[in-house]
Design a binder for this molecule. Structure first.
Ligand code: PGA
Length: 224
């Protein structure tokens, strides 16, 4: 089976001690070759977590960016700022960001970061939210299907539903000759990760709550 991507989105669940403790446990863990693990801690601890994990195969990524260049953007996070601390990828358009910012349009941020080839994981709830014409194969782009009703609710989408959406997205990508992995996110846990991760059309999972518990994350990355 090809390598699958597991992204742990720690959101703002953990305090500084919990974050550093979990990152240290992960740094001591053996990760199989069939898994590419990425961890997305809260911005406040991004630099520290990146230092803890920098000698490992685990990639530390941002949870959000608001612009590419430094700008008059109070409370924002720039891609340049992330690069400065050695972080070369970020989640974009998570549904919790879209909820906070009703006018959010991924095009606004993608047009800044795509020319700079800044790697990203674009979350979408509907296929219409994917700006296919902006995507390319020049650097590492990842898409993540995250139905909002499945996020943090314990209600995972059915395998049939995941496969249906993923096959529609993959057909679009194929038509454009784009080789872009498509992940699923929404209440992934140790009990459903094997079934989801072993689907041919699923290139990985984006995990929120369960990724903040070491045992659960360990089981998820060892479930295939
Ligand atoms: P959840 O979150 O796994 O807690 O549902 C997923 C996400 O928000 O990416």
């Amino acid at each position: 089976m090809k390598q699958k991507i597991v992204i742990g989105n720690w959101k703002n669940y953990l305090d500084v001690h919990e974050t550093l403790e979990l990152a240290t446990k992960i740094s001591n863990q053996e990760i199989q070759d069939n898994i590419k693990l990425m961890i997305s801690p809260c911005n406040l601890y991004l630099n520290k977590v990146n230092q803890i994990l920098k000698e490992t195969s685990v990639e530390v990524i941002g949870q959000n960016i608001t612009s590419y260049e430094s700008s008059s953007d109070t409370g924002g996070v720039t891609a340049i700022g992330l690069k400065n601390i050695g972080v070369n990828r970020s989640i974009i358009g998570h549904s919790e960001v879209r909820k906070r910012n009703k006018t959010f349009k991924s095009e606004d941020i993608l047009k800044q970061i795509i020319p700079a080839k800044f790697n990203f994981v674009l979350c979408f709830e509907t296929i219409e939210q994917i700006p296919f014409n902006m995507l390319n194969n020049d650097f590492e782009i990842i898409l993540a299907y995250e139905p909002v009703w499945a996020i943090g609710t314990g209600e995972t989408a059915s395998i049939e539903h995941i496969n249906e959406i993923h096959s529609l997205v993959k057909a679009e990508l194929l038509g454009l000759n784009l080789e872009i992995p498509v992940l699923y996110g929404g209440s992934v846990n140790p009990n459903n990760s094997n079934e989801i991760l072993t689907q041919e059309l699923v290139d990985g999972v984006l995990v929120g709550g369960a990724s903040t518990k070491y045992e659960d994350l360990h089981k998820i990355i060892n479930s295939i």
